[in-house]
Ligand binder design. Sequence first.
Ligand SMILES: Cc1cc2nc3c(=O)[nH]c(=O)nc-3n(C[C@H](O)[C@H](O)[C@H](O)COP(=O)(O)OP(=O)(O)OC[C@H]3O[C@@H](n4cnc5c(N)ncnc54)[C@H](O)[C@@H]3O)c2cc1C
Ligand code: SF4
Length: 219
Amino acid sequence: MVEVGDKLVGYATDDEVRKRGASGGLVTAVLAAALEKGLVESVVVLKHVDEYEAVPIITDDVEEVLASTGSMHSVPAMLAKYAVDRKVAMPGKPCDIRAVIEQSKRNMIDLDSTYLIGLNCGGTMPPVLTKKMLIEMYDIDPEDVVGEDIEKGKLIYRTKDGNEKAISIEELEEAGFGRRNNCQYCQLKIPVNSDLACGNWGTLLKRDVLRLRLPVIRP
Ligand SMILES: Cc1cc2nc3c(=O)[nH]c(=O)nc-3n(C[C@H](O)[C@H](O)[C@H](O)COP(=O)(O)OP(=O)(O)OC[C@H]3O[C@@H](n4cnc5c(N)ncnc54)[C@H](O)[C@@H]3O)c2cc1C
Ligand code: SF4
């Protein structure tokens, strides 16, 4: 029996979702299951345009949810407003979750019918500056990027030729790139204010598993 406060390791049982997921696709699998099992009427996810742009969508289409795998580090989207007046499940960075809770205090969101899947968050980056950083620091054409990761303090980019390059976030920020200013002093990196807190910090395996923490209790 799982209890509040437990920490678990897991991944999506669908191999394709597991492979595409930021760290094993569990968040996507949980959101899809919430729809399929009728726990919620719709789900909020990011629909990818490219590596630097994604738009939040509210959907009841499981296929759209399954297509939304992956963490967008250069998309500083705020998802809270999409939960207003809806029975939804949604992923969210700690600041998204905090905004949902603030809106609930103003009676705009009912927390009893909103399922918050929190993502650990090292920070987001402005898209235009990120493209400049790729050219100047990584010597990578931004259009060649097929994936990105943050691991052990390094920002890693994978390119379509199968290579990857990692540079420490400290070095990037000293050069004027990297995370947005507010992310550099943000104190809430693990969303202990959500229903599930998910991330790859602390996992032993790379990329295809996720660590899931059941937060003590949300306010
Ligand atoms: C900007 C950012 C930074 C992160 N930094 C860290 C970190 O430093 N350490 C760590 O342990 N974990 C970090 N994570 C969490 C990690 O990358 C995975 O999201 C988490 O482990 C879940 O993996 P998954 O395979 O189950 O998710 P997936 O199944 O791939 O699902 C990811 C979900 O996140 C949503 N999403 C993607 N980008 C965003 C975004 N910008 N804002 C809101 N929702 C989004 C997608 O719509 C999708 O529903 C970060 C996530 C983000 C978005
Ligand atoms: S580091 Fe903090 S402010 Fe920045 S995106 Fe993550 S949760 Fe939001």
